[in-house]
Write a protein that binds this ligand. Structure first.
Ligand code: ZN
Length: 438
């Protein structure tokens, strides 16, 4: 049974609250399948009423097969004096994720091909996985490796692969419409903060917030192992093709870099335009990237059999910061202010989608007399008064049933919330009504 959700708002600082969740999840040893993912989802369940789905090992999902679970208890390298040189207990990055078990004494020369370092960053430990090739290995700092001068070492990885399940978490927040907005995060990385505990923690906060609001759209949050998890989810949700109207993969949301939006494969879907509009009006530098078929799970959602309108919101893209997939992607690398900033941009995107509608001008022959109707007084002394005045005319002119408010916001270069406010005023003054759905 799921107890009442734990409120995130225990701290007045949203960024600190998001960071605290990142820190809570950080120590767990996640992998593609196994206890780390389950523990992660169970922690999320304390905050949001997530359903945990289990798909048995061996299940065929499109061209893939659900893998076995990985259970790791300990792993170490000891020198001939019994001194521990590398220990999984200190960092779960020290073992190549999904390694097969090993316990042997071997020469340094034999061991060396199983050791991974980052010579250009001698104190960092790399993150490596081997999901689809049976092998074992250790990741360590170049500094540690340079101190390994003995002829023989004892190595042990106490782990096993066993049939079980691939777990993923799913939360559906029903709205007035069955049309869905999808948010997807991967949950298979161990102690890495930006990739992708930042996405998980921001998404969980957004879900908790949206759960309290009236919603036009249905919102679906999925927390799943990358690639095979997303493929598994898609194989079990054939209705996604019709239902998912907008979607975002959330990752890398906590570093100090500029926001980056990677467009969906469609390129000009409403979600693409919505996020780009929010970034344009954020007052901060940002980057837009075209869709490419690598990166995160957007490449599954945008595979040609689905071609869902799903983009990817991040800050500095993967591979473009040296800390990526290393021990330096830690709790200091992600900062509360950037986590909060990413959250606010997402929330602005949701508010845009919720309020983007088509209207009809009810007085389309000539400009209606706004002064006589008290519309100028209605603007009051608002700081956006000039923009709002202009927005009234833009909304009236282009509300012909074909343009929605985002079209008008783009064309007028006025921020969406001001255009939305203008439309609300015009509806109040009976100059505008919502157009019937196409
Ligand atoms: Zn990654």
């Amino acid at each position: 049974m799921i107890s009442a959700p734990r409120e995130f708002a225990v701290t007045p600082d949203l960024g600190a609250s998001i960071h605290a969740l990142v820190a809570e999840l950080y120590p767990l040893c996640r992998s593609v399948a196994g206890p780390g993912v389950l523990q992660t989802l169970e922690i999320l369940q304390q905050h949001i009423p997530l359903e945990i789905e289990s798909v048995p090992t061996g299940t065929r999902v499109f061209d893939w097969t659900v893998p076995r679970e990985w259970h790791i208890r300990s792993a170490w390298i000891k020198d001939s004096h019994g001194r521990t040189v590398v220990d999984f207990a200190n960092s779960n990055l020290h073992v190549v994720n999904y390694s097969v078990p090993v316990h042997a004494k071997m020469s340094l020369a034999e061991l060396r091909p199983h050791l991974h370092t980052l010579p250009q960053h001698p104190t960092w430990v790399p993150y490596r996985t081997s999901y689809y090739h049976e092998t074992w290995g250790f990741c360590l700092s170049e500094e540690t490796l340079s101190q390994m001068t003995e002829p023989t070492y004892e190595v042990c990885i106490d782990a096993d692969h066993r049939p079980g399940a691939l777990n993923y978490g799913e939360l559906v927040l029903p709205g007035e419409s069955t049309d869905e907005v999808l948010f997807s995060c991967h949950v298979c990385h161990p102690s890495l903060a930006n990739d992708n505990l930042s996405g998980i923690a921001v998404a969980a906060h957004l879900a908790q917030h949206l759960a309290r609001l009236p919603r036009r759209y249905t919102y679906r949050f999925v927390f799943l192992p990358a690639t095979v998890g997303a493929i598994t989810w898609l194989s079990r949700h054939p209705q996604a093709r019709e239902r998912v109207k907008h979607g975002l993969v959330l990752t890398l949301l906590g570093d100090s870099g500029n926001s980056t939006y990677k467009r969906s494969r469609r390129g000009q879907a409403e979600i693409d335009r919505a996020v780009e509009h929010v970034l344009t009006h954020s007052g901060q530098p940002y980057s837009i990237a075209e869709f490419v078929p690598f990166g995160y799970d957007e490449r599954q959602y945008c595979s040609p059999g689905f071609n869902l309108p799903v983009g990817c919101l991040m800050r500095t893209p993967h591979g473009q910061f040296p800390q990526y997939h290393t021990s330096a992607d830690d709790l200091d690398f992600v900062q509360p202010e950037f986590l909060a900033d990413s959250y606010h941009k997402l929330l602005a995107t949701v508010e845009l989608l919720e309020n983007n509608r088509r209207y009809l001008n009810l007085s389309p022959c000539g400009e209606p007399q706004l002064g006589r109707r008290g519309l100028y007084q209605a603007l009051g002394g608002s700081s956006d008064k000039t923009h709002l005045e202009q927005a009234l005319l833009w909304v009236l002119n282009f509300s012909d049933g074909r343009n929605d408010l985002l079209d008008i916001a783009e064309r007028s270069e006025i921020a969406f919330p001001i255009v939305q406010r203008a439309a609300e005023l015009l509806v109040e003054h009976r100059l505008l009504q919502e157009a019937a759905h196409a």
